[in-house]
Design a protein around this ligand. Structure first.
Ligand code: MG
Length: 157
């Protein structure tokens, strides 16, 4: 029997969660990064607007500020991100108990045994995208394939 594997990845995870809690910055370039008050640290995530300015994950904050002087830099709030991560996991567990988290914002889901109940891999992927958007307020990309690698490469937003 062919396996059905989903890979779910929260988009711009930290930045998306911060924008939920700070609606006033939603339309601004936003990055989450370490120690902005000391100009130390690096960009951990950025939203799509910051990306358009060429802000890159992993680059020093000062360099990102050079490219995008209006960049709003937010110190990471890991307990908050962990809460969202757990809420996403809870949704995944409604479809299968075979969930393998990878880092804080990615998971593989083996839904091979769930398709009889919930429909095809694509149907489950779409339902997960809709539910995460409706219940958590953030977006996820979900890929579907017959193994973990191809599921990760098959990203649909
Ligand atoms: Mg991600």
């Amino acid at each position: 029997m062919k396996r059905v594997i989903l890979h779910s990845d929260c988009n711009s995870f930290y930045a998306s969660v911060e924008c939920l809690y700070h609606p006033e910055i939603r339309k601004k370039p936003v990055a989450v990064g370490g120690e902005p008050e000391h100009r130390h640290g690096i960009i951990l995530t950025k939203n799509i607007i910051a990306k358009k300015y060429g802000v890159k994950t992993g680059e020093p904050l000062w360099k990102a500020k050079q490219k995008c002087p209006d960049l709003v830099i937010i110190h990471p709030n890991y307990p908050l991100y962990l809460r969202f991560s757990r809420m996403a996991q809870k949704i995944y567990l409604d479809y299968t108990d075979r969930v393998e988290p990878f880092g804080i914002d990615e998971s593989w889901l083996d839904v091979t045994g769930s398709t009889g109940l919930f429909g095809s891999g694509e149907t489950i992927a779409q339902e997960i995208r809709n539910r995460i958007k409706a219940e958590l307020g953030i977006t996820v990309s979900v890929g579907v394939s017959f193994n973990k690698i191809f599921a990760k490469l098959d990203r649909v937003q």
